[in-house]
Design a protein around this ligand. Structure first.
Ligand SMILES: Cc1cc2nc3c(=O)[nH]c(=O)nc-3n(C[C@H](O)[C@H](O)[C@H](O)COP(=O)(O)OP(=O)(O)OC[C@H]3O[C@@H](n4cnc5c(N)ncnc54)[C@H](O)[C@@H]3O)c2cc1C
Length: 467
């Protein structure tokens, strides 16, 4: 489906080839960021072209669970969920240990609500994920499609974008950024399946081509702790925006930040949602011992799991948690692929993990209602036989560092001044998770993609209307 990458290049201070057509806005990448931006531009009455390398726009968004955090949406209000923009901003900031750019968090939080309300009014059937809260979230605010998948979100988003008149050109791998002597983006060059290089000019350019998680050299340079991790995102995360940014001398921020996940079923390559942890499940290593307070978050859990013998852990849970997990399509896929193991007692569980039974028994004895363990986790309930277990490893989902942007999604030069007509959002831009793995709050990825796409489109629209 995808084409081999050609090296991203900046073409400096040259006029675009004669006869190059131009549109008001070009968007590089047709994931949720690019398509949301396209829909918002059409709402504002502007033409835009989305250039997407794949034959169908999917991106990492289609691989995701599609859970988008938003506060004060019409849907939340209709369900009587009391939430505020300020509360979501505080939750993001707290999870990021105060290291996220607060003004940008605020801008995304406002934009994502507008985006969801408009997308819902245009027929996207959002629901709120119910039954548990992800670490860091104060209230129920994860907006999702009824199927709870990013794939169905992308299918609907693409259909809506097409209906609204967004031009989506697929199998168009953007390799060239054309920039004049004053740093104004003139347009792009992109390769078609037949190898031809074509060009398109624009008044504004939005980079919505995600991060560098699928580029092993960049991961080894910028995220050495995740070199061993499975990359679970889309192969288009090849660091193109970073390469262009380096060539142009642009600012970058939070380059060591990322979304990891400590619950990636192996060898089945499927996500086992963290809901089972929040409702009482645990992770043990191959020796039958727990190794951290899992409720801190699934992103940082990736690092803890990778540090265990063999870089694996076992998710351990019981009947009620199995029922909860079966509500998630990712889990049903993992179960169908054979990831779930069951043991009628502790001896059986120890046998399938391959650990010592007394050690595992001592671990399970610690899981008692009201008990706080030495790692600071307080349990609400004990786990009861039969026990279920899934072997998992730590995965890299996406990178959170990227091009530095201001609160209007304008890309900043390394001296902090904004580029005249270059914008970035979603995984191509810096995120809102501070540093490392543990600042990532569930949903920060799509908050930046959907909120950022909406925000950038609004700013580009007003800039173009004033011109
Ligand atoms: C397994 C998994 C589960 C996740 N679950 C969640 C979740 O529930 N909630 C959440 O908030 N986040 C989640 N995330 C993270 C989330 O998926 C990403 O943060 C988000 O999808 C980024 O959106 P985007 O539009 O920036 O990038 P993408 O969706 O990846 O879209 C980028 C697009 O750009 C295209 N592209 C790249 N380079 C070029 C080029 N040179 N020319 C043309 N096209 C190009 C790609 O093909 C792709 O279609 C998850 C990630 C994974 C991997």
């Amino acid at each position: 489906m995808s084409k081999p990458s050609a090296l991203p290049t900046v073409v400096r201070a040259q006029a675009m080839p004669e006869g190059t057509m131009a549109v008001p806005v070009v968007i590089v990448g047709g994931g949720s960021c690019g398509l949301t931006a396209g829909i918002a531009l059409r709402e504002a009455g502007l033409d835009c072209v989305v250039l997407e390398r794949d034959a169908t726009p999917t991106g990492s968004t289609a691989l995701s669970s599609g859970f988008i955090p938003a506060a004060q949406t019409r849907l939340q209000k209709s369900l009587g969920i009391a939430d505020t923009y300020e509360l979501l901003v505080e939750d993001v900031m707290n999870k990021a240990h105060g290291q996220a750019p607060r003004p940008l968090v605020r801008a995304y939080v406002h934009a994502v609500t507008e985006a969801i309300d408009v997308l819902e009014s245009k027929g996207l059937p959002f629901e709120i994920v119910d039954g548990f809260l992800y670490p860091g979230h104060s209230v129920l605010r994860m907006h999702t499609m009824p199927e709870k998948t990013g794939a169905t979100f992308m299918t609907r988003l693409e259909k809506l974008a097409q209906q609204d008149g967004v031009d989506i050109l697929t199998e168009a791998l953007v390799t060239e950024l054309w920039v004049d002597a004053q740093d104004r983006i003139l347009g792009v060059g992109y390769r078609r399946p037949d190898g031809q290089l074509e060009h398109l000019g624009c008044q504004c350019l939005l980079l919505a081509c995600n991060g560098f998680g699928g580029n092993p050299q960049m991961v080894s340079e910028l995220l050495p702790e995740m070199v061993q991790a499975v990359f679970a995102g889309h192969q288009g995360n090849d660091g193109t925006a970073i390469v262009w940014g380096r060539q142009l001398g642009l600012g970058m921020a939070d380059m060591d930040a990322y979304q990891g996940h400590g619950s990636w079923a192996m060898p089945h390559n499927a996500l086992v949602t963290w809901a089972f942890i929040m409702e009482g499940g645990v992770q043990v290593n191959a020796l039958g011992r727990r190794f951290n307070d899992e409720t801190g978050g699934y992103s940082e859990a990736a690092v803890h799991v990778l540090a265990q013998p063999g870089a694996i852990a076992w998710n351990v849970f019981d009947g009620p948690l199995l029922e909860l997990l079966r509500g998630f399509p990712d889990f049903r896929d993992a179960e169908a692929a054979g990831a779930l193991r069951t043991a009628s007692d502790v001896a059986g569980l120890a046998a399938l993990i391959g650990c010592d039974e007394p050690t595992l028994q001592a671990t399970l004895d610690e899981i008692a209602p009201g008990h706080t363990d030495s790692m600071g986790r307080t349990f609400k309930r004990a786990l009861t036989a039969p026990y279920h277990a899934i072997k998992v490893t730590g995965a890299l989902f996406h990178t959170q560092g990227g091009l530095d942007i201001d609160t209007e999604a304008r890309v900043l030069r390394s001296d902090g001044t904004p580029m005249p007509n270059l914008f970035a959002a979603g995984g191509a831009a810096r995120g809102v998770s501070g540093r490392g793995a543990d600042g990532y709050m569930a949903g920060n990825g799509l908050l930046s993609a959907v909120g950022g796409g909406w925000l950038a489109a609004g700013v580009m629209a007003s800039q173009l209307k004033q011109a």
